[in-house]
Design a binder for this molecule. Structure first.
Ligand code: PLP
Length: 391
């Protein structure tokens, strides 16, 4: 008898994930195909990772070329593929130096170290209510949600929280002892909450006064996901450090911390590093992502199709005002605030062969791959409409 992978998972794996009971065979474009042949429209793309969908021919071609050269090269060496990737990413971000990591959390950890080294470990690093920056001790110190951090205290000293979009709280807490503020310009895990332009104005005015660092965590919002290269591009500001991961590797583990100004000189050999960070196969995939998104105008398509999706969702809200409370977000990062917990909505959508995600209890989070077509959006909208009728 064939082993049941879901039972085996319970036996062998630490209990960190609630796995969805589908056994996939492979992915194709915007679809995941189960071993029984069922095709699912994937509207959360590996949690904002599979930016070009599955089995993208250009990614496959680039990584096949790279695997015949070398899979790994120690960071004692530099490779052409890392350089090409780094130059392109820095150019899009308008930043000057880069450190390559394997994940978002590692990019966050790098930024915490840079800030503590240059702005002083005794000064306070702030993040915001509902923020998510990762689960290692440093990153977890900045992740606001009690459910993630309470079992692991004490965490990093001199870290604190400001109420998101609360200008009064911001003014009350920021002073000359502030080292840095970590901010998601659109909060992902926290429920697709957009920071207000007024809040950003005050934040950057205070930055001018007290000279703390602003770290833009674009791990979920970056690389075109919101219809602009980075979510902070919706505001006329320049952060000191920009963090990316998720979409940038197109499905392979890759992250980056990008700096400008004094942070360009934050590290010396030995003060930071990673064995696998900037893996050449990941960089080869990343390079394809950057070319497709920024040179083949996928970012503009995300903006345009994201507007279409949001407008259609607004129409649906008019039909179901008691069920849909709000539609938020930009591009292909949309949150639909439901009046109730959305776990059963996600399950019902899955029965209709559409994969979505529920975050922060009642926010249906939509993070489709950038290659999603208008027809695929229409299929999602049809399934959502039918589901709303019966819920
Ligand atoms: C805004 C943000 N920061 C950091 C992280 C952590 O990234 P990773 O899971 O790649 O370590 C995430 C992951 O969801 C995120 O959304």
């Amino acid at each position: 008898m064939k082993p049941d992978i879901f039972n085996e998972e319970k036996i062998y794996f630490l209990n960190t994930y609630n796995r969805i009971p589908i056994d996939f065979s492979h992915g194709e474009g915007v679809h995941l195909v189960a071993k029984d042949g069922t095709r699912y429209l994937d509207f959360f793309s590996g949690l904002a990772v599979n930016s070009l969908g599955y089995n993208h021919p250009k990614i496959n071609e680039a990584i096949s070329r790279q695997i015949h050269r070398f899979l790994h090269l120690s960071n004692f060496f530099i490779s052409d593929v890392q350089i090409e990737f780094a130059k392109k990413l820095l150019q899009v971000a308008g930043m000057s130096k880069i450190f390559l990591s394997n994940s978002g959390t590692e990019a966050v950890e790098g930024a915490i170290k840079a800030v503590r080294k240059l702005n002083g470990p005794d000064k306070t690093i702030f993040s915001f209510t509902n923020s998510f920056h990762g689960r290692t001790d440093g990153a977890l110190s900045l992740t606001a949600k009690a459910k993630y951090k309470n079992d692991f205290k004490p965490l990093l000293p001199n870290t604190a929280t400001i109420n998101f979009n609360d200008i009064e709280d911001l003014r009350a807490k920021i002073n000359k002892n502030t080292a840095a503020i970590f901010i998601e310009f659109i909060q992902g895990e926290g429920g697709i909450n957009e920071v207000s332009p007024e809040f950003i104005d005050v934040l950057f005015a205070l930055k001018n006064k007290y000279d703390f660092a602003v770290i833009a965590d674009c791990i979920q919002t970056g690389i075109g996901r919101t219809g602009k290269p980075f979510a902070f591009n919706y505001y006329d500001v320049k952060p000191d450090i920009v963090l990316v991961a998720k979409s940038v590797g197109g499905g392979l583990p890759l992250g980056a911390m990008m700096t400008t100004g004094k942070f360009d000189e934050a590290f010396l050999p030995g003060s930071h590093g990673s064995t696998f960070g900037g893996n050449p196969v990941s960089c080869a995939a990343g390079l394809v992502v950057l070319k497709e998104v920024f040179e083949n105008s996928l970012v503009d398509e995300v903006a345009e199709k994201g507007n279409y999706l949001k407008n259609e969702l607004n129409e649906l809200q008019k039909l179901f005002p008691g069920k849909i409370l709000d539609i938020r977000g930009k591009g292909f990062m949309i949150g639909v605030e439901m009046s109730k917990q959305c776990t059963s909505l996600v399950e019902e959508m899955r029965k209709r062969k559409v994969l979505t995600n529920c975050t922060n209890q009642n926010i249906l989070r939509l993070l489709p791959p950038f290659i999603t077509s208008k027809e695929e959006i229409d299929y999602f909208l049809y399934s959502f409409h039918e589901t709303l009728k019966i819920l």
